[in-house]
Design a binder for this molecule. Structure first.
Ligand code: SF4
Ligand code: SF4
Length: 437
C-alpha cells in the first residue's frame, strides 16, 4: 500500500524543467544584502558596522533570543551599509550590505570535528546554533531549538524529509542525487544527538533516481528509505509523520508530542557540514524555474544574492513577468521586487507570465465539498471562510482555523475560485490578536 495521508491534491508537477540540471555554483555577487530577519523568531542583532572588514563565514549578527539564529558573512569584504532592503515576506527589512573583495578569505571560527561520534549528543545543538542552521525546507525554524526537545520528550523516530512535494522545486532532489553521503551523515548525527531508535529518509516516488541513490548510500547502515506516494502536501510535517508512523500530532502540538523529529535533507547536510567542516550556513541551493524562464537551473547561491542575479544567470525570461514567487507555487510568497535577497530558506525562485498569474473572479460557493474532501488537516475550509467573511473569528477558532497548515490545497481545488486560504490566514491572524489581548 502506498505510504501517504488522507486528502491532498495532485497539481501539475512541472519538475521536468529543472530536475535533470546538476547544481551549478553561482559566483558570489559584487555586493550581498544579508537580511538580519531570515529565520523564525527574533531578528539577529548585527555585530558589525559600516567600514568593518569581514571574512567569509564570520559571524556578523547574533541570535537575539532563544528562537533566533546567528548569521554569517557569505563573502569576504567590507560592510558598506546597514539599511532596509526588500524582504521576502513583504515590505522592507534591515540588511547588512557587504562589498565582496572576491577573495573568499575564510574565517575559521567554527571548529571542525572529523570524529563526530566522539562528541557528546548535546554538542550538536550547540554547533547548529553557532553555525546559524535553520530549517531549509521553508520554515526556517532554528535547528538548535529543534535539537533540544523538552526533557520529558523521548524522540524515537527521526524523519529526514526528502519529499519535496511542491511543484517546480528540485533543489532537494539534486542534493540527494549529488551529495547523498553528506545527507546520510547529517541524518546519522541527528539520530545520535537525539538518541532515537529509527532513522527514516522519506522521498516521494516521483524521484526514483533519488530513492535509488539514497538506498545505495544508506547500505549497511541502520537507515530506512521510505518511498512516499506523490501527493501534495506530502512533505508537510504532520502529514509526513502520519504517513510513516500513523501517529497524529495533536491540535496545537509539535512532532515531539508524538516522539518524532522531522528535518529537511538540506538541513541535515548543513548540520554535517558545520560539524565536519566547521562551515556555517551561508549558501544554499535554489531552483530557478517557471514557464517563462529561459534556462531553468539549480543554483548554489550565497545568502544575500539578489533574486535578480539568479534570474539573469538563468537566461532571464522569454515573456513579460506577471508573478515572482520565492519558494514553491503552493506555499511560497509572491515577491514585489527582484532585489529581494536569497535567504537560508529560499528553496525556489519561480517566475510566471501575467496570464498564469491571474486568479480569476471569485464566484459563490456551490457547496461541492471539494475543499473538505482534500483538506489534509480534516478541516472544513468553506465554513472557516464563511466565519471569516462575517468576522466571526471565535467561530473560526472553534472550527480549528489555527490547525490550518496553510498548504493552499483548498484554494487550488475550489471551482468557484474562492481564495479560501486568504480568508483562513486572515482568521488566524485575528484569532492570534484576540489571544494576545
Ligand atoms: S484549510 Fe488549510 S490545511 Fe486545509 S486545505 Fe486549506 S490551506 Fe490546507
Ligand atoms: S471547494 Fe469552493 S465551491 Fe466547493 S465547497 Fe469549497 S468553497 Fe465551496
Amino acid at each position: 500500500m502506498a505510504i501517504t495521508f488522507k486528502g491532498g491534491i495532485h497539481p501539475l508537477e512541472c519538475k521536468h524543467l529543472s530536475e535533470s540540471k546538476p547544481i551549478e555554483i553561482l559566483p558570489a555577487p559584487d555586493k550581498v544584502f544579508v537580511l538580519v530577519s531570515q529565520h523564525a523568531g527574533a531578528p539577529a542583532k548585527p555585530l558589525v558596522k559600516k567600514g568593518d572588514e569581514v571574512k567569509l563565514g564570520q559571524k556578523i549578527a547574533e541570535a537575539a533570543g532563544y528562537i533566533s539564529a546567528n548569521i554569517h558573512s557569505p563573502v569576504s569584504g567590507k560592510v558598506v551599509k546597514i539599511e532596509d532592503v526588500p524582504h521576502f515576506a513583504g515590505g522592507l527589512s534591515s540588511a547588512i550590505i557587504i562589498e565582496n573583495n572576491g577573495q573568499d578569505a575564510l574565517s575559521e571560527e567554527l571548529e571542525p570535528h572529523s570524529k563526530w561520534q566522539e562528541l557528546e549528543p548535546s554538542e550538536f545543538a550547540k554547533i547548529a546554533s553557532e553555525a546559524g542552521i535553520v530549517g531549509m525546507g521553508g520554515a526556517m525554524f532554528p535547528t538548535a531549538v529543534k535539537l533540544s526537545p523538552p526533557k520529558d520528550k523521548n524522540i524515537d523516530i527521526v524523519i529526514i524529509n526528502g519529499a519535496e512535494c511542491e511543484p517546480y522545486l528540485t533543489a532537494d532532489h539534486r542534493l540527494m542525487l549529488e551529495y547523498p553521503e553528506r545527507i546520510v551523515e547529517g541524518a546519522e548525527m541527528i539520530k545520535y544527538a537525539l538518541g532515537a531508535k529509527r532513522l527514516i529518509i522519506a522521498i516521494e516516488r516521483n524521484k526514483p533516481d533519488a530513492i535509488k541513490t539514497m538506498i545505495k548510500s544508506a547500505k549497511d547502515k541502520d537507515i530506512e528509505i521510505a518511498p512516499l506516494k506523490t501527493k501534495y502536501p506530502q512533505g508537510a510535517e504532520k502529514q509526513l509523520i502520519f504517513a510513516l508512523t500513523k501517529r497524529i500530532v495533536p491540535s496545537g502540538g509539535l512532532p515531539f508530542d508524538v516522539d518524532c523529529y522531522v528535518q529537511n535533507v538540506g538541513t541535515a547536510m548543513a548540520l554535517r557540514d558545520a560539524v565536519i567542516d566547521g562551515k556555517p550556513l551561508y549558501e544554499r541551493v535554489v531552483t530557478v524555474s517557471g514557464p517563462i524562464v529561459n534556462e531553468p537551473k539549480n543554483l548554489l547561491a550565497r545568502v544575500g544574492t539578489p533574486l535578480r542575479t539568479l534570474l539573469e544567470t538563468s537566461g532571464g525570461t522569454n515573456a513579460p513577468i506577471g508573478k515572482v514567487i520565492s519558494g514553491g507555487p503552493m506555499m511560497g510568497l509572491t515577491q514585489w521586487s527582484l532585489d529581494t535577497p536569497v535567504t537560508k530558506g529560499t528553496s525556489g525562485l519561480l517566475v510566471f507570465p501575467p496570464e498564469k498569474a491571474e486568479i480569476g473572479f471569485e464566484k459563490p460557493c456551490i457547496s461541492c465539498a471539494n475543499c473538505v474532501d482534500i483538506c489534509p488537516m480534516n478541516l472544513i475550509p468553506t465554513q472557516i471562510t464563511s466565519a471569516a467573511k462575517y468576522e466571526k473569528f471565535d467561530i473560526a477558532k472553534k472550527l480549528g482555523a489555527l490547525d490550518c497548515i496553510e498548504c493552499g490545497s483548498c484554494s487550488y481545488i475550489c471551482p468557484s475560485n474562492i481564495n479560501l486560504l486568504h480568508y483562513i490566514r486572515w482568521a488566524k491572524w485575528e484569532i492570534r490578536q484576540m489571544q494576545r489581548k
